[in-house]
Structure formats: C-alpha cells, structure tokens
Design a protein around this ligand. Structure first.
Ligand code: FMN
Ligand code: SF4
Ligand code: SF4
Length: 418
C-alpha cells in the first residue's frame, strides 16, 4: 500500500481529492452505485445523462458486446445503451441525497434535451438540487437528439455553439462541460464553438460509433437482438489513442478546460491524458469491468509517479507533452537504424519474420543450424538495408530492439516505455 499523499486538484473552481471521477454511465445510474463509488474513493461522479419527463428512452437488451485478443477480451467495449431511463425528477432527488452524504465530493449530472426549454429547465432543476457541475451530452452515438436524425449534436458547429449558449445562460455560475465526439472533420472548430457558446469546459470525448463484429455463420451483428443489431458506441482501451489526439488537438489550439474521457484504463493512461491537456480524467469501462476498487490503484499509482518525478501536484502534469507534438512537416528526419539489445533477446525470431515480410528484409537470422557458424539464434541487422521503420521493435516480445536516431552530430535511442 502506497503512503497517503496529496493528489488533489482544482477543476473549474471545484476541489477534487484526486483527478479521477466516474463518467456518465451505468456505474452512476443508480443512487446506490454512485454512493458506493464515492465511498470507495472516487473524487466525483457525473450521473448518467437524464432528460425531461416527456422524453421516451426505449432501451434494448442485451446492450453490450466486446472485442479483443484471446488473452484480453475487453480491449474495446461496445454498447447500444441510451441515456438514463430515469428522468430529471429522479435525478434531482439523487443530486440532493449525494450532496448531503458527500459534501466534499463533486456531484455532477449529465443532460440531453431536444429543444431550448428542455435544456434550460434541466439546468434550472439541477441547480436548485445543488449540483456542482453540469455536463451536456452532445455526442451519444445511438439515440441522438441533434439537429438531424442520427446526427450527434457536436457534429454541427452551429448547433454546438447555440445549445452551449442556451445551457450556459441558464447555468449562470455553475460550471458547464460540453461532451463532444471525435467523429468530426475538424475538432478545433467544434471546440471553438463550445468556447464561443460560453461553456466552461469540454469533455473530450465520448464513445466512438462502431460495428463491434459479426457472427460469420449467421451474419448477425454483435450484440444480436433476435438476429438484428446495429452500431455500437465503442469505449475502453481501444479508443485511447483517438482520445489522446482529440485532447491534444483541442489543447494546442483552444484555451479551454478539458476533462479527459475515453479509453483510460490505468493511472498511466490518465497521466498521458493530462500531459496532453486534460485537467482531470473520467473513467467508465475500467470501473464497469474491474469495479470501483480500481480507484485505489489509480490514486496510489499517481501518487508514486508524482513523487518519482518530483511534481508537487497533478496540475504540474497538465500540458507537459504539448511542446513535443508537431505536424508531420515539422517533425525532424534523423538517420534511423534498428539496434539489438543483445542481452535481452530470447531468440524467438519474430523480428526476423516481420522484417522479412513487412519491413525491408534487413534482418538475417543466425539459426545455429549451420555447422561452424554462430549458434546464438539471434537476429543480425543490415545497416545498409534498414531505414529504421521500427516494425521489428513493435513485435519483439521482450523489448530487445531499440531505434538509434542520429542527427546533427547527436545520437539518441528511441525505446517505448509503457
Ligand atoms: C454502457 C454505457 C452507457 C453510457 N451512457 C452514457 C450516457 O448516458 N451519457 C454519456 O454522456 N456517456 C455515456 N457513456 C459514455 C461514457 O461516459 C464514457 O464517455 C465512455 O465510455 C468512454 O470512456 P471509457 O473508455 O473510460 O469507458 C456510456 C458508456 C457505456 C459503456
Ligand atoms: S527497422 Fe524495419 S527495416 Fe529495419 S530491421 Fe526493423 S523491421 Fe527491418
Ligand atoms: S523479436 Fe526480440 S527476442 Fe525475438 S529474436 Fe527478435 S530481438 Fe530477439
């Protein structure tokens, strides 16, 4: 057990005892679950998206499917869930109850409306109930209430600005987050629209529209509901690289607070989200998969990292990596070659096969079968043929290959530390 240390942060004027909160999802869709999550140590919750009483929510089950290699089934989780079946009358009561039990935790709620009056009445009612922060779902990939049927609200720059404006007008000094989708032509335009609308921050992002898979013998999609299925919202580790890029691109171009969400599965992922610009990090698939207790690992991992790096607060990580992110034209072009770290190599031959059929045939295999020759079963790299593509490095199971980069008389080694 790691010793206690302060990992609190300020997020839009709200004190969070750690940067880690539970995002709008099944884990926050029952009072008891939200209560247990906060009791276990999460810094806050965003209650699952709610709507006005008149709004139908036709949920369908089963609503989950997943994909991943055999060793880890849930690399990505897909769902055809909608917003909460509980309308605002229930959520008002939950906000009050949670605020009473946890006055020092962040109690947030997510909303979705079809017209101005809905958005604004949802906000007024939540404010009266004592909510700390309001998140607006502009990006549910299934039951959309956007401008056009099937379109997510955040896919329209104009609608994003307009609706963000309505919500902020009603919210006054209560902070408002707009939850966007990365599935747009220009994420920066959307982020600018959120800012023009007056919202305080962006939740980047949400699940990503996907088709999880098919039974190739019946041709039914997963999940199959009496043989029929459709598109799912993809979450979990599979979408982390998309979220990282989305956060980075917003942070590089728009001065606005960001809540990172989508694919964080451990404290290291959270550090990456923060390093590209997130002020805090939301989790959904991780606690759904491994339980609320995962907060313990998140907190102790982050605490240890801060100590090891000499950072005083998690806030010191925010935007740390942005200075190293460039467009392709601006990235330097060093002379690069693959290099073996001899003592790590176990002689499996995976690098040889990958280079032979997916690289530049720059590896010779010292098989040990030829009398009188070296019998070490190790790869030998041909510097003339190798342009340093790094395919061999990606397949080596024991990280025995690194890239040697040379430029302007300087040399450095690229290894992926994860
Ligand atoms: C079953 C399920 C239901 C969800 N319901 C909502 C919702 O009602 N409102 C919302 O804004 N996001 C909803 N989400 C999206 C999550 O809040 C989160 O943005 C997404 O899962 C990505 O984060 P993760 O990779 O940590 O899971 C839901 C996600 C799942 C898996
Ligand atoms: S870097 Fe690419 S070309 Fe060079 S040895 Fe590795 S796989 Fe082959
Ligand atoms: S993949 Fe790695 S361990 Fe396997 S032979 Fe190549 S360098 Fe050695």
């Amino acid at each position: 057990m790691y010793r206690e240390r302060d990992i609190s942060i300020d997020f839009l004027g709200i004190r969070l005892d750690s940067p880690f909160i539970l995002s709008a999802a099944p884990s926050t869709d029952e009072l008891e679950l939200a209560y247990d999550g906060l009791k276990e140590g999460w810094a806050g919750v965003i209650l699952k998206t709610t709507s006005v009483e008149e709004n139908p929510v036709p949920l369908k089950y089963p609503m989950m499917s997943s994909f991943g290699p055999q060793s880890r089934k849930v690399t990505g989780l897909g769902n055809i869930d909608l917003i909460s079946q509980y309308h605002i009358d229930v959520i008002e009561k939950r906000v009050k109850a949670l605020k009473e039990s946890f006055p020092h935790k962040m109690i947030g709620a997510s909303i979705m409306g079809a017209k101005k009056e809905d958005w604004q009445s949802l906000v007024h009612r939540l404010k009266k109930a004592g909510v700390d922060i309001i998140e607006c779902s502009f990006s549910c990939p299934q039951g959309s209430m956007g401008e056009a049927p099937g379109r997510m609200l955040a896919q329209s720059v104009e609608a994003t600005e307009k609706v963000a404006g309505w919500v902020k007008e009603a919210a006054g000094d209560t902070p408002v987050l707009i939850k966007i989708t990365p599935q747009v032509t220009d994420i920066v335009e959307v982020a600018r629209a959120v800012k023009r609308g007056g919202a305080d921050g962006i939740t980047a992002s949400n699940t990503i529209p996907s088709l999880l898979g098919l039974d190739i013998y019946t041709f039914e999609p997963y999940p199959s509901l009496f043989g029929k299925g459709g598109y799912s919202g993809l979450s979990g580790s599979a979408i982390k690289p998309i979220t990282l890029r989305t956060i980075a691109e917003i942070a590089r171009n728009v001065d606005i607070v960001i809540s990172g969400n989508g694919g964080a599965f451990n404290w290291k992922d959270a550090v990456e989200f923060m390093a590209v610009g997130a002020g805090n990090v939301q989790f959904c698939t991780l606690p759904m998969h491994y339980g609320f207790r995962t907060i313990r690992d998140l907190k102790s991992g982050l605490a240890g990292y801060l100590d090891a790096m000499g950072f005083k607060s998690p806030a010191d990580i925010v935007k740390k990596a942005l200075k190293n992110i460039y467009s392709h034209e601006e990235i330097p072009a060093p002379k690069t070659r693959a290099q073996l770290i001899e003592e790590k190599c176990v002689g499996c031959g995976l690098c040889y096969v990958a280079c032979r059929d997916g690289g530049h045939r720059a590896i010779e295999w010292r098989s040990g079968n030829v009398p009188g020759q070296d019998d070490s079963r190790k790869p030998a790299f041909d510097e003339e043929k190798c342009p340093g593509c790094a395919m061999c490095m990606q397949v080596c199971p024991v990280d025995a290959i690194r890239m040697k980069e040379q430029m302007d008389g300087r040399c450095q080694y690229y290894e992926e530390v994860r």
